[in-house]
Ligand binder design. Structure first.
Ligand code: ES4
Ligand code: ZN
Length: 385
């Protein structure tokens, strides 16, 4: 079998310790990274020029990743490795043929490929391997806390049980802090193009099996599927003590952001970039300190914005919005959190100051407990010394 090396963006970049980069086995597995390893070693490497503050576009700050679909971390190499392990014939002859399909015209064109590629996820081990690969790569990106969405309905509809997908991901998250230095929470996201009854049924099953989920989210095809369609789902989640987030204002109108706040009572908005079309809404979001989990490279790849230079992130920061930078579906959109920061620095001149502010926003906007937030904010403050 072809060995899997952690994917295109795997820990091989500069500043990553050799033993992590060189680890190889015959199994499909992620390279192991010791807790805190990437950030401390990288800081050490960059600190070699006495007195010079790191201004390298690759500088990694400790961040929380708040908008991440675990199925969107399936790298092409892992797709092929899992297909081989499971005896699945892919509709692509090789990696190049698969990669040629990563030209998206809108959200739906991406979702079609994203759902199709999930066919390779069959066993708990598959879900665990995918999750481990993400955590290994995220550790090198500076991610110290991650709130990870998964799409249970996308697996149930393929005949893969809830136990298989949830246990596969959760088994790795259970030791993520010890193994990768990343505290994690799992969020069950519901597909808004399916019915509310379907979502309610799956939520009840998750609650009945005592699945280790911290909250629920709402994702998939936005336009035509307004938040109000899921009012009962979010009421039930609140009753069950779950945190609540929703994609809104990615492709959909500002009215969807307002509905997510007023009808669903969400605590965070995923994307939300279209809020900039409504000054009253911006003012409200600023006053409520509402977190918006922005995904710049995703927005460019899915043509929500034409180019990174035209991305509203700087205007959102200037307006005082509580924005963070996230990778969304990093295997599909050209990179992980560090890649998003690097391109924001190099292409739109995002400053060190703004990067630190975005990192602090991400930590404060997370659902981590207060002790963990305090710890990570202290780490962020120390990274500037
Ligand atoms: C998604 Cl970028 C995006 N938007 C909506 N739903 C999604 N599911 C996975 N990625
Ligand atoms: Zn998303």
């Amino acid at each position: 079998m072809e060995t899997y090396d952690g994917g295109a963006g795997a820990p091989q970049a500069e500043g990553v310790p050799g033993d992590a980069a060189e680890a190889r086995t015959d199994e499909v597995r992620a390279d192991e990274v010791r807790p805190g390893q990437a950030s401390t070693e990288e800081a050490g490497a960059e600190g070699s020029t006495e007195g010079v503050r790191p201004t390298d576009a690759r500088t990694t700050l400790p961040v929380a990743e708040l908008h991440l679909h675990i199925e969107g971390t399936l790298e092409p190499e892992l797709i092929f490795a899992l297909a081989e392990r499971n005896g699945i014939t892919l509709p692509y002859a090789d990696l190049d043929e698969l990669r040629a399909r990563y030209e998206f015209t809108d959200l739906q064109s991406f979702l079609d490929l994203y759902y199709a590629n999930m066919a390779v996820l069959q066993t708990e081990q598959d879900f665990a391997d995918m999750t481990r690969a993400y955590l290994a790569r995220a550790a090198t990106a500076g991610v110290r806390h991650a709130e990870i969405m998964m799409d249970p309905q996308a697996h149930l509809s393929r005949g893969v049980s809830l136990a298989t997908c949830v246990n596969g991901v959760a088994s790795v998250l259970a030791t993520s802090q010890q193994e990768f230095g990343i505290s994690t929470l799992l969020i069950a996201a519901f597909l808004r193009d399916l019915s509310e009854d379907s979502a309610l049924e799956v939520l009840e099953q998750l609650l009945a099996m005592d699945a280790p989920i911290a909250g629920i989210g709402l994702d998939s095809a936005e336009v035509g599927n307004p938040p109000s369609k899921f009012q009962r789902l979010f009421a039930r989640a609140k009753e069950a003590g779950l945190r609540r987030i929703a994609h809104a204002g990615e492709e959909g109108p500002t009215a969807y952001i307002i509905e997510a706040l007023d009808v669903l009572g969400v605590e965070r908005i995923d994307h939300g970039i279209r809020c900039m079309e409504d000054t009253d809404l911006v003012e409200r979001l600023v006053h409520e300190l509402m977190p918006l989990t922005v995904c710049p490279l995703s927005n460019v790849r899915l043509r929500a914005v034409d180019t990174l230079a035209e991305h509203p992130l700087p205007a959102m920061l200037a307006a005082g919005l509580n924005v963070s930078v996230n990778s969304d579906d990093p295997a599909y959109f050209g990179g992980y959190v560090d890649d998003n920061f690097a391109r924001l620095r190099s292409e739109i001149g995002l400053s060190d100051f703004d990067c630190v502010r975005l990192a602090a926003n991400s930590i404060r906007s997370s659902f981590a407990d207060e002790d963990r937030k305090t710890e990570l904010l202290a780490e962020l403050a120390a990274s500037g010394r």
